[in-house]
Design a protein around this ligand. Structure first.
Ligand SMILES: Cc1ncc(COP(=O)(O)O)c(C=O)c1O
Length: 359
């Protein structure tokens, strides 16, 4: 096969930090409140704006709260685990790839929860979600970034649950429909679907999760992990980067300009479709996700007998695609980010290059 002529305009296909939105340049950061206190009126207003725009785009119920926290999604989800889980209620963790496994390991080894059940599945599959006992607290990842397996929906979550449903949704929000009535805690980071910068996380809490925080005697925690009420108004635990804040605002405004959540979901679905059409005729690549209903439209993971590492290296050196090798703990293969900031035309331009590099 001859070398394709046309390269993707943007070769960034990383699963995080993800590609900047189309048309992004440093000019997007010109209004950043640099050199100003994040507690000054101007700084605090920007933090609040991130919270308010995120809530509006995601259609968060009015009685849920949303805060900006340190340490990206890892910080946000660990903050939830350490503040909310405790001896008063058993905990179930569902895991099917690296990140869920990390949360399960922390529940076991670090938090040493006395009544813990872990339901796991291999890369490419989901565990048996019907095992969930909604009298207990439940922890799960909406979209497993390292296996490309997502939960198809939240129908399996009981509406009348007594326990909390705690969801790491960092590679799902702004690309998939997260049914708010089925989740009590949702976490994500700016560096994912909207193509923001690393280091900052978001945590959304339902009234039930807030009530748990009030009624449970807090563990001794480092200050950086102590959830306080002000967080939900933009009173962050410690100092955020106002440059990153400006960039997050830029991503949110772009999301609004392309039709909000439906627009974001449509773009991601179009990216998955382009890859699905190609896989359907491919002789060397298939989806790692076994069930099409569980195929992620963001972290699109492919299995192959070809030398995936060599393909990724070749395409990087050609300036065609960066960071498309599978995650270090995942089975060897390729992983192409299909979140909303990636143009479908760039995915389409990449596909012939994959065939070329696989020979
Ligand atoms: C599902 C999931 N959880 C957690 C993380 C960790 O995110 P962060 O680096 O933003 O802490 C990632 C990063 O890829 C992820 O995909």
């Amino acid at each position: 096969m001859q070398k394709p002529q046309q390269k993707p305009k943007n070769p960034c296909f990383s699963s995080g930090p993800c590609a900047k939105r189309p048309g992004w340049s440093f000019a997007a950061l010109e209004d950043a409140a640099l050199g100003r206190s994040h507690r000054a009126k101007v700084g605090k207003a920007k933090l609040k704006e991130v919270i308010d725009r995120s809530k509006a785009i995601l259609g968060m119920p009015a009685d849920y709260v949303l805060g900006i926290v340190p340490a990206s999604d890892t910080g946000a989800i660990e903050l939830a685990l350490w503040n909310l889980l405790g001896p008063s209620r058993g905990v179930d963790v569902f895991t099917w790839e690296s990140f869920g496994s990390l949360w399960a390991a922390d529940c076991k080894k670090q938090l040493q929860l006395p009544d813990l059940r872990v339901f796991s599945a291999d890369y490419g599959q989901l565990p048996d979600l019907t095992q969930a006992d909604w009298d207990r607290d439940t922890v799960f990842t909406f979209n497993g970034t390292t296996s490309g397996v997502r939960v198809p929906n939240l129908d399996w979550v009981a509406a009348d649950r007594r326990g909390l449903s705690i969801c790491d949704a960092t590679s799902a929000v702004f690309a998939m429909d997260v049914e708010w009535s089925k989740v009590d805690v949702v976490t994500w980071s700016w560096q994912k679907v909207l193509g923001g910068e690393g280091a900052h996380g978001m945590i959304a809490l339902s009234p039930k999760a807030l009530a748990r925080l009030e009624e449970q005697k807090p563990r001794a925690l480092p200050r950086i992990f102590q959830l306080n009420k002000g967080v939900y108004e933009g009173d962050t635990i410690n100092t955020p980067s106002m440059l990153c804040v400006e960039d997050a605002l830029d991503g949110l405004k772009w999301a609004e300009s392309i039709g909000g959540l439906p627009g974001l979901i449509a773009r991601s679905q179009a990216n998955l479709k382009a890859i699905e059409s190609w896989v359907a005729t491919s002789t060397w690549a298939s989806f790692l996700a076994k069930d099409p209903a569980t195929r992620s439209s963001t972290s699109i993971c492919l299995s192959t007998n070809a030398d995936a590492k060599a393909i990724a290296a070749k395409l990087e050196s050609e300036g065609v695609a960066y960071d498309i090798g599978s995650y270090r703990d995942a089975p060897a293969g390729l992983r192409i980010w299909g979140g909303a900031t990636v143009e479908t035309s760039d995915i389409e331009a990449l596909l012939p290059w994959l065939d070329w590099a696989s020979q």
